[in-house]
Design a binder for this molecule. Sequence first.
Ligand SMILES: Cc1cc2nc3c(=O)[nH]c(=O)nc-3n(C[C@H](O)[C@H](O)[C@H](O)COP(=O)(O)OP(=O)(O)OC[C@H]3O[C@@H](n4cnc5c(N)ncnc54)[C@H](O)[C@@H]3O)c2cc1C
Length: 650
Amino acid sequence: YCESPKSLANDDNTYDYIVTGSGPGGGTIATNLARAGHSVLLVEAGSDATSDIRTQILSLNDFGNPNVAWHFFVRHSDDEERTKRYNLLVWRLTNGVYWVGRDPTTEGHQGAERLGVFYPRGATLGGSAINNAAATFLPSESDWDFFDRGVEDGIWNGKEMRKYFEKIEHNNYLEPGTPGHGFTGWLQTNIADPAVWAGATLRFKVFQAALKLIGRDPTKVLDYITSDPNYLDPKRDQTEGLWSLPFHVTPTWKRFSPRDYILETRNATNANGTRKYPIHLQLESLVTKVLFDKCGGNGTKPRAIGVEYLQGKSVYRADPRYNSTTTGTLSRVFARKEVIVSGGTFNSPQLLQLSGIGPKALLDKFNIPVVSDLPGVGRNLQDNYEVPIYGNAQINLVEDFDPNAPACTWGAPGDPCVDLWYQGKGPYARGGTNSNSFLIQTQHAVENERDMLMFASVGGIFNGFAPTTNQTRTPLPPTTFSWSTVKMHPQNTAGFVQIQSDDPQDVPEVNTNYFVDGQETDIPAILDTVAFVRKSFASTEAPVGPVVSVSPPCPPADILETGYCRDEEVDKDWIKDQAFGHHPTSTNKVGPDSDPMAVLDTRLRVRGVQGLRVVDASAFPRCPGAFPAVATYMLSERATDLVLEDADKW
Ligand SMILES: Cc1cc2nc3c(=O)[nH]c(=O)nc-3n(C[C@H](O)[C@H](O)[C@H](O)COP(=O)(O)OP(=O)(O)OC[C@H]3O[C@@H](n4cnc5c(N)ncnc54)[C@H](O)[C@@H]3O)c2cc1C
């Protein structure tokens, strides 16, 4: 006799599909499947935070917003000395509040607990698309072709994938009909209006010096910086230059995310008032386990038939509002067809491991019965390396962009700019000067493609993530010009996510293990970029230039004409110590049968079981491009077709 949890299934708790997680991966496919007529239960650990204005006005975004973000604390490496040198280490003081820096005792705080490197993830309806920066930059074609390596079934053909972007995009900045773009899809995109740059021309001198270095016409800087980087061209991935940077926002810069798509679909009605699409939302519910039917007999693979979830607000310990007195209620729901895991790069491998899918030794350690021994679950964690490169210009670069604009107070009560935004006007209703992207190909590019994306800002730098604290920081001078850099095709695959207990409310251990593999390409590529920026700084024309390089911290006297530091180790050490990231991917990678670390086949099916797929950023065999969100939407659209093709099998 074999007992299956299926005996508990009934009409009220059974759906065609169950999707766990509502980010770009899960939110997209759940909605698509419901629109195709299938009943779908979308289980999301977080709440619907639509009423939090910070999740709507992109300018007010708060990465660590406790209403919508899980606060993970990770390690960048096993090297304790390197860890101690990271500038944005987070500590919890004895009074419970966060403190950020290398050593709290320097400010008299004794007994603080070191938490690690802050790594926020969205945990709300819409996932990380609700607290991300919303940059929407297409990956390169080779990132898709990489899926099929060793399989060659063409499912992820890079050229074909473009049509998924065309299908989902609702472009707000190009002439309708522009090839390679979509104008009627669900995902709104926009770039900053050219008028934004009219009040920010001082910095153009720095862009122009950089353009000269790559042989582009510096007089066309305004044309370039207002042009589309997602243009259709077979040579796009090899082309260096300056472009605008699109975001997933509406024409008035309201964040647009799967939340909008899900809610619009859920609220759609027929003429008689009944719900048009069978999508059901189960919010504030943490999925704790995938349920399997192991009674198939005759060597049949265990079949995923449902999930168990804990209903309760903030029951996960990465939730900054977690309170041990909220215990939650455990429920079970069932899927007639498939269970789709979409908890994101940290949480999907955690859920699989808790459910008995993962490295056997790890599961044995916590007495979790093995359903499928897959050593790759939680391994292969990848991330785009980011470092800021900055210097001081000869004059202040912060320009008074709009002297008539009211003084915005960043969402404080009575903020006049919020009122204006509701009318579709004012500073929050338009893009900012972060809408720029400069792409170069270093001497260490893999794939013979450009491998570095940079975006510029003035008066400040982006040097990593930190939660809000009450510490006071000295602002950087308005002469600061900085490039945020994003390393594409990072070669490191040594990061990992693994459970630390069998308790689903616990957070897994996350170690990005930066610069373990591929340091021979990744570090020199970043050094090339630093050298490129320094050369452009040195050749920036007066009155703005020359820009005096500040960081990475090679002393100006030691910077060679080539831009490299006389002692390369100075820059190298700084890069290893201070590089950060926030684009984790690939912890359930797709790969061929011959790869023992492949978790998914090219149809995104979990190996060793039936009826279970992973559809989110953890599925990418390698980090897609410079920003993973749009690639995850596209992956989920592609996955929708794959799931629908198989719908009659069940
Ligand atoms: C601060 C920040 C800035 C970023 N900036 C950009 C950017 O500008 N451009 C870009 O392209 N990318 C950016 N990203 C990355 C991008 O947002 C992610 O790659 C993308 O959202 C990944 O989608 P996903 O579906 O894999 O996971 P997520 O978006 O993380 O969604 C996962 C969802 O699953 C839910 N979940 C997890 N576990 C469970 C469970 N057990 N039960 C129920 N629900 C669960 C979570 O609550 C969450 O809502 C940023 C991310 C962050 C956090």
